[in-house]
Every structure is written in C-alpha cells, then in structure tokens.
Write a protein that binds this ligand. Structure first.
Ligand SMILES: Nc1ncnc2c1ncn2[C@@H]1O[C@H](COP(=O)(O)OP(=O)(O)OP(=O)(O)O)[C@@H](O)[C@H]1O
Length: 388
C-alpha cells in the first residue's frame, strides 16, 4: 500500500469512528498518520480556545483562526460544522483530494481534526492576508509594484494550470477571486479554497452561504446563467482577476458610474486603443508591454465565446514567452454576470475519482474538455453569495 493510500485508510478509520461513536477519534493512530490528524485539544490550545483575538476572518465555510503549534509552527485552522453522514463523506473526499494536490501556488493542507461534530482543516499560515486586502486599498496597493503584480498573475496561472491539467485529478476551482488568493511573506500568491464547496452537502437543510458556487462579477455568464461548468469558467474568473490586478480596482464599482463594470470599460478602452489607461495610477513604474499584454490576456480569458477563451496551458505560455503574439480578443461575456442566473440541477457525477465531488473530474484522453463534456457532469448551482 502506498503511503498516500495508507493515510487515506487511516483517515477513513478515524472518520468512521467519529461517525459511529460520535466521540473523540483523537486517540487512535495519531502517531501512525505522520501528523495528519490534529487533536482538538492541541488546536484549542494553539488558537487560545478559538479566541476572537486569533480570528483571521470568517468565510463561507466558517471561521478561520490563527494557531501556534507546540513546534512553533503557525497554522490557520478552518472550523467547519458538519453533522450529517453525508457531510462526513464529503469531508473524507475533500481531505483525500487535497492530500494529493500540492503545488507552490496552492495553500498547503497540513492536516485535519475530526472529533464528534467538530471538523477542522489545518492549513499553512500565510502572513500577508489575501490579495484584495492590498489591491483595493489606496495605501496598501503601493506595496504591490508591477513586478509583484506580474508575479501574482503568473503564479495564479501556474496554480490553476496545475489544478486543471497536472494534479492527480482535474479540479475546477469555481471561485477564483482576489480574496481567495493568499500571499506569503514575499507576496507570492497561493490559491486557497480550492474545492472547499464540495465539503458541504447540497441539501436544503444548510444555509445558502454553505452552497456558494461562485461570486458575482467573477462568474462566467454560461455558468452564472445555465450552470455550465468547464475549465473555461475558471479561465473567465482568472481573466477578471487579471484585470483587477492591473487596474487596482474591483470588477464592479458603482462609484465609477459609466466605468462601473471593469470588463465593459476595459473592452471600450481596448477598442479605442487606450489599453494602458487601465493601469493602476498608484504604479509609478510599470512595464508597459507586460501591462498591455496582461490587459489583452484578461480580455481573451473573458470572451463570450467559450472555445475562444484560452486554456490555462495557453495562458501560461502567453505569460512566459517573449515571442508569443496574442490573438485579438472577441467581445467579453458580460451578460448575466452581475446578478441574473438560473438554478440548474443535473445528475450526480458518475466518473469522478472521488465518487461524489462535482468538480474533480477524471482526466480525459487529451485536449480540452468542452462545456458539453462537463455539463453532463454539472452541478447544482444553488445559490450565490451576493455580498462578496
Ligand atoms: N491559510 C491561511 N493563512 C492566513 N489567513 C488565512 C488562511 N486561510 C484563510 N485565511 C484568512 O481567513 C479569512 C477567511 O478565509 P476563508 O477562506 O474562509 O474565506 P474567504 O475566502 O474570505 O471568503 P469565502 O469563503 O466566502 O470565499 C480571510 O480573511 C483569509 O485571509
């Protein structure tokens, strides 16, 4: 048995024990699992009993706390409240999946804690919060010089390419946005929250915020309106993020009146040959070629026509090659991103590796999967958190 399978079987055993007996699973096999399982008491002490002072924030899946482990390592503890068996199965799948997924541009999962109704995920702690914290604050935005912004754009592309094409299972993130890009001490980007949506069962007994499927302004129109999921929906969100990073503004800002919708505004500037007007004024030094290329890349990713959007492999090539001539972008897909969507529910996945996730798809024989490929496996787009 490989090490990973061994860890998974230990995890199964532990989860079964927590489900059957409802009690602590912390006293089993702790040493055998190479630190994968954290005891609740350890996390309680590490986070000063989940004190408000240690709270890093609150996301769609619950509160996140900073913790200091006995070894001196700083961690982030994401507390989830799952009670149903379904939830526990989902949790098993999630942790299994995350264990297989490791890349320098993804936040590393260090382990988990399953004791009674308590489920927690323990991640590496990233000291510089999330990209939105810097990007959308006039003063803090100056910490993000052009080189750093370009590195973030490239790093996120690298992480997404890994999720889409290189990880052991193909993963669609579904919620790429500035607040899901965490920054390490050197302001290198790490994608967080990948696949977390699958931790929550899709039944109506849960709060809507537990069924978040995307965020207004970042969602591809075909996904927002019809629930069509494909790698190209992540590409669309990535395109919006790129435009935000270049411009230093949110994808929708009512205060900017006719310029409120970043995508529409960028398209207009591009049409008038004034692409560089988009660049954040707080950038005193900027590589204009790179900035213009990023704006064009952002527009390419956000095209209405799904097949015309590049896949992440092409995006990565465009960003890393000096000689790549970018195609002209077509009209961006703006319709339906801002608030109009329909609920789509289709049959459950049958060909996933994990058996129940919606967005981890087995790799096909080659090439990019079309929307049709994925839509057969598409998911319930049940609600969207408007506030974020
Ligand atoms: N590994 C981490 N290191 C440091 N801070 C983190 C880490 N993970 C999350 N945080 C912080 O915790 C807060 C909540 O994060 P979380 O990912 O749960 O929600 P979110 O991304 O802000 O929102 P949502 O879940 O609705 O998308 C954020 O402010 C984030 O910066």
């Amino acid at each position: 048995m490989g090490f990973l399978s061994y860890l998974c079987s230990c995890l199964d055993k532990r989860l079964k024990s927590a489900t059957n007996h409802g009690g602590s699973a912390a006293d089993e096999d702790a040493s055998d699992t190479n630190g994968l399982f954290f005891q609740l008491s350890t996390l309680q002490i590490a986070t000063c009993f989940f004190s408000d002072l240690n709270k890093l924030g609150h996301g769609g899946f619950g509160p996140v706390y900073k913790g200091l482990m006995p070894s001196g390592e700083e961690v982030a503890v994401k507390k989830l409240s799952l009670n149903s068996r379904q939830g526990i199965r989902e949790f098993t799948n999630e942790v299994r999946l995350l264990l297989k997924v490791q890349h320098r541009n993804l936040v590393t999962l260090l382990g988990c804690c399953v004791e009674g109704p308590e489920k927690m995920l323990v991640y590496e702690y990233l000291p510089n919060k999330s990209l939105d914290y810097f990007l959308f604050d006039r003063e803090k935005a100056s910490s993000l010089d052009w080189m750093t912004r370009f590195r973030i754009i490239t790093g996120v592309a690298r992480g997404l390419l890994y999720l889409h094409e290189e990880a052991p299972v193909r993963i669609l993130h579904r919620d790429i946005k500035a607040s899901n890009i965490l920054l390490d001490e050197l302001l290198n980007p790490k994608i967080s929250d990948f696949g977390l949506a699958r931790l929550f069962p899709g039944d109506d007994t849960h709060l809507n915020t537990f069924k978040i499927s995307g965020t207004h302004g970042y969602m591809a129109p075909e996904y927002a309106m019809h629930g069509y999921l494909s790698v190209k929906s992540d590409v669309f969100s990535y395109g919006v993020l790129v435009l935000e990073i270049v411009s230093g503004r949110k994808n929708f800002d009512l205060r900017l009146r006719e310029k409120a919708d970043l995508l529409t505004y960028t398209w207009a500037l591009y049409g008038e040959g004034k692409t560089l007007e988009l660049v954040d004024r707080s950038l005193t030094i900027c590589n204009k070629d790179e900035a213009a290329m990023c704006v064009q890349l952002g527009l390419l990713c956000c095209q209405q026509s799904i097949p015309d959007r590049p896949d992440m492999n092409s995006v990565h090539l465009m960003l890393s090659s000096d000689s790549f001539t970018l195609p002209k972008p077509g009209k961006p897909g703006t319709h339906g991103r801002g608030g109009h969507w329909t609920t789509t529910t289709t049959s459950a996945l049958t060909n996933t590796i994990t058996g129940s996730t919606n967005t981890a798809l087995t790799k096909g024989s080659g090439g990019n999967s079309s929307v049709e490929d994925y839509s057969r496996n598409s998911m319930s787009v049940s609600s969207i958190d408007e506030g974020r």
